[in-house]
Every structure is written in structure tokens, then in C-alpha cells.
Design a protein around this ligand. Structure first.
Ligand code: HEC
Ligand code: HEC
Length: 185
């Protein structure tokens, strides 16, 4: 395993652990009055949400294979921007990848699929029960971009919401902070 992958695995295990702890905490108070529990769950959710958002600002992508195989047609999309189920679906159908063929050999497929799923975001996005395949179709993406006008999305300099680098000047380095956004006019 690459060093970076180990880091992903470690981070993921930590995340799972904290989620499990969080859940048993909620269960332990099952006899609480409903309203109170609701409130606490909401707070818990909010906390998780803002943390996930913070983590989206900068993700260092160092896996060389990911750069080589998934960074030739577009930026390497940071693994934490989609849920594990979405990455699984994407990696299972690389031969029919958004109208193009992005297939890799079976060993690379397994390796990259693991890297992406280990680094996946903690909340999957589903539409009609199926994992969404585009970051730009996730709820958090739509929330973050609700102030971007239709005119901007149609601007030929933007072309597609998938073209993160049109506005996020350092997207190719995994940086998406609001301080590094320049929307083309
Ligand atoms: C042969 C070119 C090519 C390669 C190689 C490729 N992709 Fe893509 N990918 C595309 C195209 C084309 C789109 C659609 C872009 C658009 O709609 O503007 C896309 C879109 C995506 C999206 C959705 C972006 C969004 O809108 O949120 C994801 C996620 C993605 N690719 C992941 C990957 C991964 C993971 C790999 C490596 C295993 C990969 N791609 C390799 C061509 C490629
Ligand atoms: C048309 C321009 C445009 C495109 C294309 C675009 N974004 Fe954004 N993005 C923005 C704007 C504007 C904001 C809001 C910045 C702010 O809060 O001031 C934003 C916010 C974000 C944020 C939250 C940043 C923060 O600091 O809170 C993330 C993460 C993000 N975008 C990721 C992406 C990803 C990933 C893609 C490509 C799949 C993408 N964006 C494509 C314009 C764009």
C-alpha cells in the first residue's frame, strides 16, 4: 500500500469509530423525551455537516495512479466529495464514463476504487435510491453553489459545473476555499 493510502484507511477507521460512538450515544438515551433527542440529533448532524464542509476546502491528492488515470481529462476530483457508494458505481462502469471510455486494467481498477472509497465523504448522496454519479448533483454542491446564476453556468468559459477549475483557481491542487474563487464573466 502507498503511504497515503494507509493514511486514508487510518482516517476512515477513525471516522467510523467516531460515528459508531456517536450512534451508541444516541441509543443510550433512547428513553429520553422525543423532543430533546431530536434536538441532540440535529446538533450532532450539524456538527458532522460543518466538519465535512471544512474538510472539503483542501484535499491533498498524492496518489500517483489517481493523478495519472483520473487526472488526464479533468482534475482529480477529491475522494471526500462523493460517498463510497458513488465511487463504487463510477469505478464499476469506467468503460461507459459520462459518454467516454475511461477504463483501466483490473488491478488498477481495484486499487483506485479502494483509494476513492476509503477517502469518500461520510454522507452519500442518492437519487431515487441510486448513488449520484456527479459531485455537481450532490445536495451539498447545490447548496454551496445556489448563488451561481444560470447565466454563469451557461457561460462558455465555464462550460459545465464539472469544470471546477473554471472558478476555483486552485482546483487542480484540491483547493476549493471560497477565497480562491474567481467566477468568469
Ligand atoms: C477519457 C477521459 C476521462 C478519464 C480518463 C476519466 N474521466 Fe471522469 N469524466 C470524463 C468526462 C467527459 C466527464 C463529464 C464532464 C462533464 O460533464 O463536463 C467526467 C466526469 C467525472 C465525474 C463527475 C464530475 C461532476 O460533474 O461532478 C467524476 C466523479 C469522474 N469523472 C471521476 C473520474 C475518475 C474517478 C476517473 C479515474 C478512474 C476518471 N473520472 C477518469 C472523462 C474522463
Ligand atoms: C461557475 C463557477 C463554479 C464552478 C464551475 C464550480 N464552483 Fe464551487 N463555488 C463557486 C462559488 C461562487 C462558490 C461560493 C463561494 C463563496 O462561498 O463565497 C463555490 C463554493 C464551493 C465550495 C465551498 C467552498 C467554501 O469555502 O465554503 C466547494 C467545496 C466547491 N465550490 C467545490 C466545487 C467543485 C468540486 C466543483 C466542480 C465539480 C465546483 N465547485 C465548481 C463557483 C463554482
Amino acid at each position: 500500500m502507498y503511504k497515503q493510502d494507509k493514511k486514508y484507511v487510518a482516517m476512515f477507521s477513525l471516522l467510523l469509530l467516531s460515528l459508531t460512538l456517536g450512534m451508541s450515544f444516541a441509543h443510550a438515551h433512547d428513553d429520553d423525551d422525543e423532543g430533546e433527542r431530536q434536538q441532540r440529533n440535529e446538533r450532532h448532524d450539524q456538527h458532522r455537516h460543518s466538519k465535512a464542509e471544512n474538510d472539503r476546502h483542501a484535499v491533498k491528492i498524492t496518489n500517483p495512479q489517481l493523478k495519472e488515470e483520473c487526472g488526464s481529462c479533468h482534475i482529480v476530483y477529491p475522494p471526500n466529495m462523493l460517498g463510497a457508494e458513488s465511487w463504487h458505481e463510477i469505478m464499476a462502469h469506467l468503460n461507459r464514463h459520462f459518454g467516454t471510455d475511461a477504463s483501466v486494467d483490473a488491478a488498477t481498477q481495484r486499487e483506485l476504487s479502494a483509494v476513492l472509497q476509503n477517502g469518500a465523504g461520510n454522507r452519500g448522496d442518492f437519487a431515487k435510491g441510486k448513488p449520484v454519479l456527479r459531485i455537481s448533483d450532490t445536495r451539498w454542491f447545490r447548496n454551496e453553489h445556489d448563488e451561481v446564476s444560470d447565466r454563469t453556468w451557461r457561460n462558455p468559459k465555464v462550460k459545465s459545473p464539472s469544470n471546477c477549475g473554471a472558478c476555483h483557481t486552485n482546483a487542480d491542487q484540491g483547493r476549493f476555499s471560497e477565497h480562491e474563487v474567481r467566477v468568469p464573466r
